[in-house]
Design a protein around this ligand. Structure first.
Ligand code: ATP
Length: 486
């Protein structure tokens, strides 16, 4: 049932100009997507809400826009060249590639479904051990002993398990033989670390302070599924907060709470969110938690908050030979700062908003019941805030409607439409999440009033044109959303 809803959200995204498969006329490109006319507005609004909540509301957080290409040594220092990989295995008959850990996790789920909890636990422990030890042979052995078959071919004819690096490599330089290998960044964070001193010095920033960045990241995901949940090209919104060593756990707690508050500001359904503490920590972290949201296909990570110690700056200090230290005048000491990171996927947040907002309602239309599809997006995030609809295409109605449009288009995104019956036009606006529609009719000409229709309740009321701004502006205002965060 929930899978059904997820499928509906995916087709809604396509049908209403939110998300298209990339290169669709060439049959698409795996796990790469384009944002359409409504999608780009929603995505910009989410990005803006994140950016303003970080950079504008926090006096000690500044922004950055670092390049996607970076010196290849950066990825050696960060550990991505040696360690940013997934264990993969191919089925020789179907030629399909899988993540070995995913195959084993699916098997654990099967055991649980069939009531074989002891077997499930045993396999989980062995899987955890093999992953911790980075033991590829042990993973292969588990696949063999648990008689895991390829879901496509049904055979157990597997290759050895190999590490598959997720970074895209390309060449920089004109001549192939002189060219250097460079990578498309798999996260935006490293651009922040290598600019730590540039920003600190030129901004005369005192610890604690943060640097925020949004931008594209690229990962050659072995198994990319779940629509824009797991893409090969996606966008991250990351903030690295630099703190005095020893204070990181307080800041970790602070950012954990602050980020959850940001998420909850956009929803009325608090029960759909939860924290998931990492049991097995990455080698550089001393604490890590995910914020998870209950998508129709289950709870999934949307954002990670990680206490990264001084790992990244120390590594870059060592690999670059340049000091990446801060002199703390309060304690009269030089040190490599510790870092608490908040890292959220913009595309995953977009999908969260679509899933959270998608509703189907049965409504009465005269004798008939019909289904109304609605995107109950927060008005401040909605792609279009106000649709202006003249009831007819004559008698001066379009002229008055245009005049209203001209007054409002400087304030927020408006949409003008004169075609089709008014009911149809309302439905189309419901489907893209427009919080307000106004209808201009003959009465409007004589008394300067219009009908305003509210998306969620479908309630309609007659109001003066001069009163419209006071009704609409506070509700669609991102400022008001931001004020609630304080
Ligand atoms: P996952 O466990 O889902 O692969 P991750 O732990 O590797 O995610 P991070 O490296 O912590 O993710 O990245 C931070 C955020 O970036 C994630 O919380 C997620 O929202 C987003 N993200 C990561 N990989 C992808 C992807 N392939 N497609 C879309 N968003 C992604």
């Amino acid at each position: 049932m929930s899978e059904e809803i997820f499928k509906k959200v995916v087709s809604h995204c396509k049908e209403y100009g939110f998300v298209f498969p990339s290169s669709e006329i060439y049959d698409g490109l795996g796990a790469v997507y384009d944002y359409g006319q409504n999608g780009v507005e929603l995505k910009n609004n989410i990005r803006q809400y994140w950016w303003r909540s970080m950079v504008q509301l926090n006096e000690n957080i500044v922004g950055l826009d670092s390049a996607i290409f970076m010196h290849p040594k950066i990825w050696k220092a960060s550990g991505h060249i040696d360690g940013f990989s997934d264990p993969m295995v191919d089925n020789k008959d179907s030629k399909k590639r899988y993540r070995a850990d995913n195959l084993l996790e699916d098997q654990i789920d099967k055991y649980i479904k069939n009531g074989k909890t002891q077997k499930a636990e045993e396999l989980q422990n062995n899987l955890d051990q093999a992953l911790t030890d980075n033991n590829l042979d042990a993973l292969k052995e588990l696949i063999t002993t648990h008689e895991i078959a390829c879901p496509v071919s049904g055979t157990r004819n597997w290759t050895d398990v190999r590490q598959f690096n997720l970074m895209y490599k390309t060449q920089m330089g004109a001549l192939a033989e002189d060219a250097d290998d460079v990578y498309l960044r798999p996260e935006t964070a490293q651009g922040i670390f290598v600019n730590f001193l540039n920003v600190q010095k030129t901004g005369r920033l005192k610890i604690p302070f943060g640097i925020a960045q949004t931008g594209k990241a690229f990962r050659n995901e072995v198994v990319a599924r779940g629509f824009i949940m797991r893409m090969r090209e996606f966008e991250q919104m990351e903030m690295q907060f630099f703190v005095r060593p020893g204070t990181e756990m307080d800041w970790y707690q602070h950012w954990k709470e602050s980020r959850m508050k940001w998420h909850l500001s956009l929803t009325s359904d608090v029960s759909k969110y939860r924290f998931h503490d990492h049991v097995k920590l990455a080698h550089y972290a001393n604490a890590a938690v995910d914020i998870e949201y209950q998508f129709p296909i289950g709870f999934k990570e949307v954002e990670g908050i990680h206490s990264r110690t001084d790992f990244d700056l120390s590594q870059h200090q060592q690999f670059s030979g340049k000091k990446l230290q801060y002199f703390d005048p309060e304690i009269n000491q030089n040190y490599v700062p510790y870092v608490v990171e908040t890292s959220i996927g913009l595309d995953r947040m977009f999908l969260l908003q679509m899933c959270n907002a998608y509703k189907e309602e049965q409504i009465q239309n005269g004798e008939q019941t019909e289904t109304r599809t609605l995107l109950a997006l927060h008005p401040a995030l909605a792609p279009v805030k106000l649709a202006i609809l003249p009831l007819m295409k004559k008698d001066g109605l379009p002229e008055l409607a245009r005049k209203i449009m001209d007054d409002f288009k400087f304030e927020f995104n408006c949409f003008y439409e004169e075609k089709d019956a008014i009911g149809k036009r309302y439905r189309r606006q419901d489907a893209i999440g427009t919080p307000f529609c106004i209808t201009v009719d003959h009465e409007s000409l004589s008394d300067q009033t219009v009908t305003i229709r509210h998306r969620d309740t479908m309630f309609q009321e007659r109001v003066k044109i001069s009163a419209l701004k006071d009704i609409i502006a506070p509700q669609v205002s991102m400022n008001n959303l931001l004020k609630n965060l304080l």
